[in-house]
Design a protein around this ligand. Structure first.
Ligand code: FA5
Length: 341
């Protein structure tokens, strides 16, 4: 009789249950350790052994009925709750999208695109390399062994004893030479580089474009003609270039390249510091040690390489007086570059 009352009680309580939290409460109330069904068991000891068997059977039946029913109830309610949530979260496809304006290219990218186009027109391929570089490629394979004093020219940020933020794009030379297995190369490599520098014309992060040509019968005259063509395409047909002696461990001979001042037509002004010339890049003939380390036959092949500072070219081209403008993300500055070259 008591068991029948429990079932009725359960069915009555069930009617008012509306969410999964309340289903759980219902479960605990009837099937929990101290729940109504378990409490029935305490009556066992007052019964005779025959009654016990009959009573236990009925208790088990009601337990089974309630637990199956609660499981079904829980599953129905969860389904309903999920449907309600989905209906609430439905995306309104008629809402207007966010206005995303695609703006001008960054001046550094304008310069990289322009130089890349000029070089691709001369048959160069574009290669890239990692910014987190091994000492092996940034220095060793460029004829700068450990403890070489010329490493001081490019002080950098080390990640560990053998890994660093590359100080120039020249390590891409070494990587491409190894990959090319002794065959001719004609590439440019644009990318970010890092040094421990910080003043109006030197940033700790800046960009370079490397150029490398390896083939038979490559001479300094080819280097000069190539650079004159690039510089005139960038700064105008009237520009002259001049080579000055310089030193890079990975080229021999090495040169700094100046362009005749386009601001004053070489008469002397503040831009060229009254000299008539502006320095734009470093270059030279690839050092035989570099070729040999990368597996090239120096009796057959020679090469030239150059590395230009993209920031410097952008500053000259657009009359930017502080390199830090290029990295400050100030829209008043960036919006002045209308995407024109
Ligand atoms: C080099 O980095 C050589 N790897 C270039 C090279 C390549 C020579 C291949 C020979 C053959 P240098 O340290 O001079 O050279 O840097 C080249 C250019 O990067 C400079 O002319 C300058 O325009 C630019 N540059 C150097 N340091 C900075 C800096 N901190 N901020 C902005 N531009 C810089």
């Amino acid at each position: 009789m008591e068991i029948k009352a429990i079932k009725e009680n359960y069915l009555k309580q069930k009617e008012s249950v509306i969410n999964s939290k309340e289903v759980n409460e219902l479960r605990i109330n009837f099937l929990g350790k101290k729940g109504i069904v378990n409490e029935l068991m305490s009556k066992l000891k007052t019964l005779s052994s025959e009654e016990k068997i009959e009573f236990a059977k009925e208790v088990n039946l009601i337990k089974q009925f309630i637990s199956e029913d609660i499981e079904q109830l829980m599953s129905d309610i969860k389904k309903r709750e999920l449907n309600e949530r989905l209906a609430k979260e439905a995306i309104d496809l008629t809402l207007p999208g966010r206005d995303y304006k695609s703006k001008n290219k960054h001046p550094l990218n304008l310069v990289i695109d322009e130089i890349s186009e000029i070089c691709i027109g001369m048959g160069y391929k574009v290669e890239e390399g990692p910014e987190v570089e091994l000492d092996q490629f940034n220095f060793e394979m460029l004829n700068l062994p450990k403890d070489h004093p010329a490493r001081d020219m490019q002080d950098t940020f080390y990640i560990d004893g053998r890994t660093l933020l590359r100080t120039h794009t020249s390590p891409v030379q070494a990587r491409v030479m190894l990959k090319s297995e002794g065959k001719p190369i004609k590439i440019i490599c644009p990318g970010k580089v890092y040094r421990r520098d910080d003043d109006p014309t030197h940033s700790h992060q800046f960009m370079q474009i490397e150029g490398l040509v390896i083939d038979e019968n490559v001479t300094l005259a080819d280097l000069k003609g190539t650079l004159a063509y690039i510089i005139r395409s960038l700064f105008g047909e009237k520009r002259e270039i001049r080579f000055r002696n310089s030193y890079f461990p990975f080229t021999e001979p090495s040169v700094e390249v100046d362009v005749s001042c386009f601001n004053c037509d070489s008469k002397g002004c503040s831009l060229c510091k009254q000299t008539g010339w502006i320095e734009v890049l470093g270059a030279g003939m690839v050092h035989p040690n570099v070729l040999t380390m990368a597996g090239y036959d120096t009796n057959k092949y020679q090469g030239f390489a150059f590395g230009m500072g993209v920031d410097r070219i952008a500053m000259l081209k657009y009359g930017i007086d502080d390199i830090r403008h290029l990295y400050s993300n100030d829209l008043r500055f960036l919006n002045q570059f209308g995407g024109n070259k």
